[in-house]
Write a protein of this length. Sequence first.
Length: 148
Amino acid sequence: MNTHPYLRAYMAGIFPPNLGLLVVLTIFILARLVLQIPVPVERVIIFPMALVPNLFGLWNMVYLWSGPHRHLPIGFHGALLPLIMMPVGAVAAVCGGFLHIGTHGVTWFQTISFPYFLIAPWFLAAVAIYYLIWKYLVGFLNQMLGIA
C-alpha cells in the first residue's frame, strides 16, 4: 500500500489528539455544567480543537518527509512539538486577552492563576507526555498504516 503516504501520515497524526480532545471536552463540560466552575469553555477549547490535531498531522507528515535523513526517533520528534506549540499558544492567548502575564505568575481568563515556578514542571510533563504519545500511539499507527 504505497498510495498517499502523506495522507496516511496525517490521519495517523490526528487520531491521538482528537481522542484526547474528546476526554478534555467532557471534563470541561462536567466542570462547567455540573460543578458550576466558571470556565468559559467556548474560548478555551476552540484553539486546541482547531489547531492541535492539524499540527499533529502536519508534524507526522514532516517526520515522514524527512525519511532517510531523519536522525531522531519518532518519540523525540514528537517531543519537539510542544517547543513550537506552547510559545505560539501563549502568544495567541496573550493577544486574544485570555492570558495575562503578571509579576508573580500568569492568569487565565482572570480566574485561574499559575505561579511561574509551576510552569516549568508542567512544560516538562507535556514534553514527556508528547514523547510517549508519539513513541507508542503515533509510531504504532504509522506501522499499522505502513509508513513507519
